[in-house]
Design a protein around this ligand. Sequence first.
Ligand code: BDR
Ligand code: CA
Length: 311
Amino acid sequence: KPLLLIDTDPGVDDALAILMAHEHADVLGLSIAAGNVGLSHTVRNARTLVDLVGASTPVFAGCPAPLVRLPEEDAAFVHGRDGLGDVGFPEPGSRIDDEHAALALLRLTREHPGEITLVALAPLTNLALALKLDPSLPQRVKRLVVMGGAVTGHGNTGRVPAEFNVGFDPEAAHVVFEGFPEFDLVDWELTLRHAFDEADFDQWLAQGDRRAAFFGRAFQVARETNRRSGRRGIIAADALAMAVAIDPSVVVRSERRHVGVELDGRLTRGATVVDWQGRLKRPAQANVVLELDQPRFAAMVRRALGADGAA
Ligand code: BDR
Ligand code: CA
């Protein structure tokens, strides 16, 4: 089983990814970022998920805001004001660790050198801070999988080509993309190509266990937002990144390219720029994931909802 350390801002697709991780991997900890909603909500939601899966996974609170500029938007309109669909889940019982997320990332990678797959499902603020504190961090990590970016400019934020995680804290993404010599990049456009059929997904929710019941409720607001924006199918960006983290062989097609982050730009701040033709002569640090094995991805999600029997 892979050993995962997850940086996350739950968030409903983060929630699904966290369920997948606890089903298919060993989870060393959840380091929490601000992003989809504010840090107090994302920390509480992480604890709610730890309670739900009955684990003792430590939850480390991280940075409450991006490294440099205040964000222009959050994603409460997708995830609900509380980040989990405004269902009003009860106050969780699991505790918050008192170590800062960035310090926990450094300590845990020292305790498990070469063993940890880091999974970044949020704005990259905590990871960037950890890297600035200790630039040798990448040498101790087995793999880094990042959910972020929109590799041909079809973003999902007010800045047209920017994807949310990179657009929320572009400086942090820049630090991480420059600091890690190699990582897998699961971008927003891949998410759109790997939607689940709504009827299939409803069947998994109906046949699953308490995790499916929870997710069905938490996901309602996001589902309606997606429908209103004219999207068909069930999309869950962070679940794709988690699938790649759990089992890299789920990747059917990918390309190694240099990826940079636009830090200025009147219309483009927060955009990911992929050097598809190698013009910049910069190291191709990103393994840009272009296609997943959809049936295997679906099977991983189904099992994480306790709906293994469903087709
Ligand atoms: C990413 O942004 C967040 O809203 C999701 O949780 C995901 O991590 C998709 O752009
Ligand atoms: Ca997320």
